[in-house]
Design a protein around this ligand. Structure first.
Ligand SMILES: Nc1ncnc2c1ncn2[C@@H]1O[C@H](COP(=O)(O)OP(=O)(O)O)[C@@H](O)[C@H]1O
Ligand SMILES: [Mg+2]
Length: 229
């Protein structure tokens, strides 16, 4: 596996950016990868949550609050960057630096409304649309989720994963207890799928694939994909 730099960004707060960054970092660490975690949000939620994990993972986890070009040469297999909910210089640098920028979106207009500007800025920096996939958080069968889904498909946004809401997450993440009492195997699965899809997506992008469906759809050996199951 080559080195992976993944940022998590949306100009909307409260959409699950830090939660995704924390759980991806955990999964990488559990799988014996080293992680450089960069917390660009002055709220310091990412650093606080990872502070607890640092006690356990020690030197495998390194925390920083700024991103530097030299981080591209760091020894860690994963660089995970949690952005503030603003498209400021630090977020722009993160999107430019990252191989993949995940944009979590909840089923509400505001979490989707300002994505177009992000895509156009990223495109100016030479990024492909496939490098900025959405992560749907908390979509269900409600009318409002369907409206949001329609907006996503009209704009042809790539989708990396669909994460359900899980009632343990708000407390465990913010208290730092996520490591000891957090998500058990089954609840962790959507996040693990996301983790694995990121690895495969980067391989495909490195192979020159830019089609959003090809990059983000799981194709199995037998030619079927997730949608067929
Ligand atoms: N999949 C989820 N299930 C349940 N609660 C979640 C989930 N993702 C995020 N949350 C909760 O939503 C709130 C906002 O999440 P957070 O990751 O802090 O968002 P952001 O970093 O975008 O501001 C937190 O209370 C968090 O625990
Ligand atoms: Mg946050």
């Amino acid at each position: 596996m080559s080195k992976i730099a993944a940022a998590v960004f949306n100009r909307k707060g409260g959409v699950g950016k830090t939660t995704i960054a924390v759980i991806l970092a955990q999964i990488a660490l559990i799988r014996h990868n080293k992680v450089l975690a960069v917390d660009l949000d002055p709220s310091r939620n990412f650093s606080d949550a990872l502070g607890f994990m640092k006690n356990y993972f020690r030197d495998s986890l390194r925390l920083k609050d700024t991103l530097e070009d030299s981080d591209a040469d760091s020894k860690e297999e994963w660089i995970i960057i949690d952005c503030p909910p603003t498209l400021d210089d630090s977020s722009r640098k993160a999107i430019d630096f990252a191989d993949i920028t995940l944009a979590p979106v909840t089923p509400d207009f505001f979490s989707l409304s300002n994505l177009a500007v992000v895509y156009s800025i990223a495109a100016k920096d030479g990024k492909e649309k496939a490098q900025l996939p959405l992560v749907k958080v908390g979509y269900d069968n409600s009318g409002i989720s369907k409206i949001a889904d329609q907006l996503i498909s009209e704009r042809d946004y790539p989708i990396a994963e669909d994460l359900p809401l899980h009632k343990r997450i708000p407390f465990n993440i913010t208290s730092g207890l996520v490591w000891s009492t957090g998500l058990m195997a089954r609840s962790r699965q959507p996040f693990e799928r996301l983790y694995e899809k990121i690895i495969r997506a980067i391989d495909k992008l490195n192979d020159g694939v830019v089609d959003i469906n090809e990059v983000w759809t799981d194709r199995k050996e037998d030619g079927t994909n997730d949608a067929d199951i």
